[in-house]
Design a protein around this ligand. Structure first.
Ligand code: NOJ
Length: 507
């Protein structure tokens, strides 16, 4: 201990019976166990268990891991085109090869079982593998890949959860319909979703229609500024890289939720009985600044309004009055029938939760809440946008139940990037990710203990992969990926995850 001169003997004296307030007389005749402090029960994890039957999995998406971008008849996607255009992606990285999962899916599935003990897996289907031009003739080889993947998962006792749209729109539809700017893309999406549900229905029971409406619409059709604290924002973009004006952007938002609703109906029409469907949205989460009933009410009001264009309209079948007022002449054009379709009944709600989006307190103004700015020194994770607060994973599902009465909720994504490096001994010590997992999952467990019906958790991500415009630099995996050799190595966080799955509890 620098600056102290405590010898070993002094130290032992200082912890003697007298020093800890127990007299020698009391000690006489006691056995060791009489005076040993009780071992705290929390170390067994028994107190922080998740409900029985909880799904533990990881998530990935086609463009981020598959590679094989033009193999077996796959069509070009807008992300292929975007990444092939120099300057769009950090380091000009592309998903051409990525994790080469298209060829290595068998060992990747084995790894999920052996290294993580997972009982579920969320992956996405690349639309242009199934319909290379978006519509028309299906490509049998593309579908075969997902059949083989799902069979492998099932054989390993891993439940497959398929996402139908994780942003890799067929480029042909971008050219033909201007992508989601047209209702025709929403219709084409439903046709593709129904076809997949019919073909894979014997193997896949759970579908998510669209992943992160907000990210692909805002990032791809306008560019989005995210608040990160101290009044600063970071700008995020993505394919197809447009910069639309308000009215057009609101119409794109509307077409995306319409595509979801039409897809739900198509999946129900073509999938076998027992097929279950929902969406996976990065719903913005307002966190009550102080946990009082008034603050919680304010946070619920804020969450409902912040998500008026996506989550709220999909779960309520109407745009809120405040949203229509706010957008005014630029509001989307829609019909009552479309609203009904958009709110087609779901089997579950999936939310991707990484961060608190807003801190709020009650306010007397009609909105019912006021925003508390995020401080400049607020802790963050590695990604520029990643404000740290585990409570988001308590309040996210809590609001979904409180506001919309959801009976079944999945955390479809949660995780963080970290500066992972391989040590000389061949290990990756991602202490920050382990801290993140323990802290966020403690809050998720708290939600389940409060009766919030969370049925499963998908960590983002299975392995390091192409983090969109950030390229391969931002590593999100529980498994480290060497993109030169395609070697995979479980990180320290993989061991943490496995222990949590084994105990079905926070460890
Ligand atoms: C959201 C997206 O769905 C996923 O593709 C992305 O890699 C993660 N969040 C991390 O940014």
């Amino acid at each position: 201990m620098p600056g102290t001169s405590l010898s070993r003997r002094d130290f032992l004296k200082s912890t003697s019976a007298a020093a800890i307030g127990v007299s020698a007389a009391t000690l006489a005749g006691c056995t060791r166990t009489d005076i040993a402090p009780a071992r705290p029960a929390a170390s067994s994890g028994a107190g922080r268990r998740f409900p029985d039957g909880f799904y533990w999995g990881t998530g990935t998406s086609s463009y981020q891991i598959e590679g094989a971008w033009n193999e077996d008849g796959k069509g070009e996607s807008i992300w292929d085109r975007y990444a092939h255009t120099p300057g769009n992606i950090h380091n000009n990285d592309t998903g051409d090869v990525a994790n080469d999962h298209y060829h290595r899916y068998k060992s990747d599935v084995a790894m999920m079982k052996a290294d993580l003990g997972a009982n579920a897996y969320r992956f996405s289907i690349a639309w242009p593998r199934i319909f290379p031009s978006g519509t028309g003739q299906p490509n049998a080889k593309g579908l075969d890949f997902y059949r083989r993947l799902v069979d492998e998962l099932r054989a390993a006792g891993i439940e497959p959860f398929a996402t139908l749209y994780h942003w890799d729109l067929p480029q042909a539809l971008h050219e033909k319909y201007r992508g989601w700017q047209s209702k025709d893309t929403a219709k084409a999406f439903a046709d593709y979703a129904g076809y997949v549900a019919g073909q894979l229905g014997d193997r896949v029971r759970h579908y998510f229609t669209i992943n992160e409406f907000r990210s692909f619409v805002e990032g791809g059709y306008r560019g989005i500024d995210v608040q990160v604290g101290g009044g600063k924002t970071v700008h995020l973009g993505g394919a197809p890289g447009l910069r639309l004006a308000d009215a057009e952007l609101n119409q794109v938002r509307h077409h995306a939720v319409l595509g979801h609703g039409l897809a739900v109906q198509a999946i129900r029409a073509h999938g076998p009985a027992g097929t279950r469907v929902g969406f996976a949205e990065n719903m913005l989460v307002a966190v009550p600044f102080i946990e009082t009933p008034a603050h919680v009410k304010a946070a619920e009001a804020a969450t409902r309004e912040l998500n008026a264009d996506f989550t709220t309209v999909m779960l309520e079948g109407r745009y809120t009055d405040a949203y229509l007022k706010r957008t005014g002449a630029n509001a989307p054009k829609f019909t009552d029938d479309e609203l009904k379709t958009i709110a087609s009944p779901l089997d579950f709600v999936g939310i991707n939760v990484y961060k608190p989006n807003l801190y709020v307190e009650p306010s007397a103004d009609p909105a019912g809440y006021a925003t508390i700015p995020i401080n400049a020194s607020h802790p963050k994770m590695k990604s520029s946008w990643h404000v740290f607060d585990p409570e988001a994973l308590y309040w996210g599902p809590h609001h979904v139940q409180a506001l919309w009465g959801a009976k079944s909720i999945f955390i479809t994504e949660n995780g963080c990037a970290a500066s992972d490096v391989m040590s000389d001994g061949g290990r990756v010590y991602d202490s920050d990710r382990v801290m993140f997992l323990r802290a966020y999952l403690t809050q998720l467990q708290r939600a389940t203990a409060d009766g919030v019906p969370v049925k499963g958790y998908f960590h983002w991500s299975l392995m390091d992969n192409l983090e969109w415009i950030d390229g391969f630099g931002n590593r999100f995996g529980l498994i480290y990926a060497d993109f030169q050799t395609q070697e995979r190595t479980p990180k320290a966080s993989a061991a943490w995850f496995r222990a949590a799955v084994e105990r079905n509890a926070v460890v």
